[in-house]
Design a protein around this ligand. Structure first.
Ligand code: GDP
Ligand code: MG
Length: 424
């Protein structure tokens, strides 16, 4: 059984929280794209954890976690993340963590390049997390990447690194006029931070193929959402990887296998980190109230997130791009303070009303068409079954379900593991 758990919106839908919950029914959880720009929050009996690189199944002792070839991994960051979890008493061994030998390593010069470019862009900046993600994916496709498997042959690694660092300095020192990187420093960094992860590096494809053969249940955990996908998102304000379900088997290491189902994680309102068109955006006091109610500050960066009402146009597009079979609606409890709940039902593109998600300049000029539905004005955090919900909350769920044309199976009403209900 192969299941993808993916974001329907701009990311931060609560994927980490849902993966942690649903992982109880799975043997293996794989991350298949992205790097430490992810911020997946999991709250359980051991505390609150923010995972940047590790799959969200790492907090369950009986789940094997895989970091796939589609990821870009800053090994210094991974070293720190592993230590944090070990210090919290989480056991991590080669039996419950496997890192693809084909995953690309994000090096300090990628981070530097990211920062230098954002500084050059000044007011035009992308709002990058400055963790080197775009430069390292760029290098992957320029075939100038260092892969996890390269760490095992130091001689070949040194030689390749000399070539790559010389090339990279043409840009960093020659172009941006910043300080040159030394190949020896980069080599020493790779040796230092590979020490405690070497035992986890393997051909995860072999492991996953065997797992599929023996009927194991595998979950693929996405980072970010449909609208950040490099192809189908709000390019160029996207991430640099494929965040969509269709890429999951490829990025995890089993390109020949097909998904059995896809669960989309969709938030009860909208949030967006960084720059780019965000049609449903609210401003002023209205925005502050929603941001505070939802605690909308970046898990990876602490940045205040842009917020807005639920966006039917964007979410329906997200459901389609993901091919979601069912949805988990998250953070419904956050809307409990509202008398009337705004919903974006269509876009006005230069006078043309549309429900189809536009691209390019049309998206930039789109204005939201907002309608209001009744709020429920009471705490729903303790609801554990459909019949516990106030009528207005039930109606809101059913309304969204009909609009995005996909069944909502799970509804999350709080950050903790058990704060959810299953719809009949
Ligand atoms: P991810 O990147 O998709 O994993 O989501 P984030 O972890 O970045 O953001 C989701 C935030 O909302 C985290 O702080 C979660 O603890 C919190 N959260 C998740 N689900 C719920 C929910 O149903 N209600 C509330 N109030 N908070 C939630
Ligand atoms: Mg997040």
């Amino acid at each position: 059984m192969l299941t993808a758990i993916v974001g329907i919106n701009w990311g931060d839908e609560g994927k980490g929280r849902m993966v942690d919950l649903l992982a109880a029914d799975y043997d293996i959880v794989c991350r298949y794209q992205g790097g430490n720009n992810a911020g997946h929050t999991v709250v359980n009996e051991s505390g609150k954890f923010i995972l940047n690189l590790l799959p969200s199944g790492i907090l369950r002792s009986d789940v094997v976690n895989v970091m796939g070839n589609g990821m870009v991994i800053d090994i210094e960051h991974l070293h720190k993340e592993l230590n944090n979890l070990r210090n919290a008493g989480i056991k991590i061994t080669p039996d419950n963590l496997k890192i693809s030998d084909k995953a690309i390593i994000c090096l300090p010069y990628h981070v530097k390049q990211d920062v230098l470019e954002e500084e050059r862009l000044k007011d035009m900046k992308f709002g990058s997390t400055r963790r080197g993600i775009a430069p390292v994916y760029g290098d992957k496709y320029l075939k100038k990447g260092i892969r996890m498997g390269d760490l095992f042959n130091k001689e070949a690694l040194k030689e390749r690194l000399d070539q790559i660092v010389e090339w990279k300095n043409l840009l960093i020192a020659g172009g941006y006029k910043s300080v040159e990187f030394s190949s020896q420093d980069m080599f020493d960094w790779l040796v230092k931070y590979s020490e405690d992860i070497k035992d986890y590096i393997c051909d995860v494809g072999l492991f996953l193929n065997d797992a599929v053969k023996s009927g194991k249940r595998i979950m693929f955990e996405a980072q970010l959402g449909a609208l950040r996908d490099i192809d189908f998102g709000i390019y160029p304000y996207t991430s640099s990887s494929s965040t969509i379900a269709a890429y999951a088997p490829v990025g995890a290491g089993v390109p020949g296998k097909k998904l059995d189902n896809t669960i989309g994680i969709m938030k009860a309102y909208s949030s967006c980190v960084g720059e780019g068109p965000f049609t449903s955006e609210m401003f002023g006091d209205e925005a502050t109230a929603l941001r505070e109610a939802g605690g909308e500050y970046g898990a990876a960066t602490g940045r205040p997130r842009r917020v807005g009402p639920f966006d039917i146009v964007a979410s329906k597009y997200g459901v389609n791009v993901q091919g979601a079979d069912m949805l988990a609606l998250t953070k419904l409890d956050v809307l409990s303070y509202l008398d009337k709940i705004p919903v974006v039902v269509a876009y006005d593109v230069n006078g043309r009303i549309t429900k189809d998600f536009p691209t390019g300049e049309e998206l930039n000029s789109a204005k939201p068409v907002v309608e209001y539905v009744d709020g429920w004005k009471c705490d729903i955090g303790k609801c554990r079954k459909e019949s516990d919900l106030p009528k207005a909350a039930y109606d809101y769920i059913k309304y969204l379900e009909a609009q995005v044309e996909c069944p909502i199976k799970y509804v999350s009403v709080g950050a903790e593991r058990e704060d959810y209900l299953i719809m009949n």
